[in-house]
Design a protein around this ligand. Structure first.
Ligand code: SF4
Length: 354
């Protein structure tokens, strides 16, 4: 197989390749033998890890804390060898369920000038804006998807890891061409979605998103437009599934009400949602426990009691009959009457299909 690696040395590549060269059995630990199906194993048995690390630096997430901000990528050769090994697994039917990592699309990405990165104290290379020193070239990843899909025995390669759509949208046309963003998006949406593509805007409120170190929801609008356009042009009928978090530090009921309205008006009935859980070593947990943003000294409201958390969560499910009168009363109580008609009026969401 002819392999073309990116034209620069990859951080951690020899070390990762050496680990993935080890003769793993690709089976659950023998202690699970009597338990039958192991759901976590089912999800990853035919998937391949491309890289470690995440430079997103989201305030609630531990990934960049325990895997690091700098991406360590495997060589293309090592990855394609593993895909070939999967085709030889007795239970393999042709579907590779993921070529991913902590984020799907950070493979081979690193600073142009690593000496600048070595002195850098930013928690995120993407927030508040994408660092100019960050090489977000998606071409190696696009090539990799194509090569993996062409391996004999492979019928379909899908991407199960979360895609950072903010790296694909909102860039100048020059950057889009230079980094192969449009080509990647077309390849991803056209060939590597298993019916539903999950992405994580996490919230719609700019103030909450800023606390999360996440980009503006405007970029989700753009990505959705691109996703729908590609589906239309290819005659596909795939769904975009957005993930959201309630009760993140800084999120108030009015923010959840606006989230409900905004996503309803985009045609979503949300299902992939979660309530904020403080995790060790994260900025969000410090705010959750102290009530203070440690970098600004600002007091930040956080929903902590069971009732406060349930109240926030209920706004996700505005479309359920049992929540309607509760939501109406709550909106009146918090002075957001103007949202009642928009959220509970007759204009239906377009259901689960965006
Ligand atoms: S210099 Fe830029 S690319 Fe390098 S670590 Fe800092 S934010 Fe990330």
């Amino acid at each position: 197989m002819v392999v073309v690696n990116p034209p620069f040395p990859l951080i951690g590549s020899p070390e990762l390749d050496a680990i993935y060269d080890l003769p793993f059995t690709r089976l659950p630990h023998p202690k699970y033998k009597k338990r039958g199906v192991v759901p976590a194993y089912e999800m990853i048995r035919h998937s391949v890890t491309l890289h470690r690390g995440c430079f997103g630096g989201c305030a609630f997430c531990t990934l960049s804390v325990h895997q690091g901000k700098f991406i360590a990528s495997r060589s293309e050769n090592s990855i394609l060898n593993e895909v070939e090994a999967i085709t030889r697994m007795p239970d393999f039917k042709g579907h590779v369920s993921d070529l991913g990592g902590p984020s799907a699309n950070m493979y081979c990405m690193q600073g142009f000038d690593l000496s600048i990165c070595a002195r850098c104290s930013r928690a995120s290379c993407l927030f508040p804006s994408i660092c100019k020193n960050l090489n977000t070239d998606h071409k190696p990843l696009t090539q990799l998807y194509k090569k993996a899909a062409n391996i004999p025995g492979i019928k379909k390669v899908t991407i199960g890891s979360g895609v950072r759509y903010d790296m694909l949208t909102g860039r100048s046309p020059d950057d889009s061409g230079r980094f192969g963003l449009e080509e990647y998006t077309r390849q991803l949406v056209g060939h590597h979605v298993s019916g539903r593509l999950k992405v994580a805007p996490e919230h719609t409120s700019d103030s909450v998103l800023a606390l999360m170190r996440k980009p503006s929801f405007r970029l989700f609008h753009q990505f959705r437009k691109d996703f729908d356009g590609i589906n239309r042009s290819l005659g596909l009928n795939q769904q975009l599934i957005p993930y959201f978090i309630s009760s993140h530090p800084g999120s108030e009921l009015k923010d959840m009400a606006n989230l409900a309205v905004e996503t309803k008006e985009l045609g979503f009935q949300l299902e992939q949602v979660q309530d904020f859980t403080p995790t060790p070593m994260t900025l969000a947990s410090v705010i959750y426990y102290s009530g203070i943003h440690p970098f600004t000294g600002e007091r930040i409201y956080t929903a902590r009691t069971k009732e406060e958390k349930l109240d926030q969560r209920r706004f996700f499910f505005w479309y359920k009959n049992e929540n309607r009168s509760w939501i109406q009363n709550k909106l009146t109580k918090i002075g957001e009457d103007k949202l009642v008609a928009r959220l509970l009026g007759n204009q239906p969401g377009r259901g689960k299909k965006p």
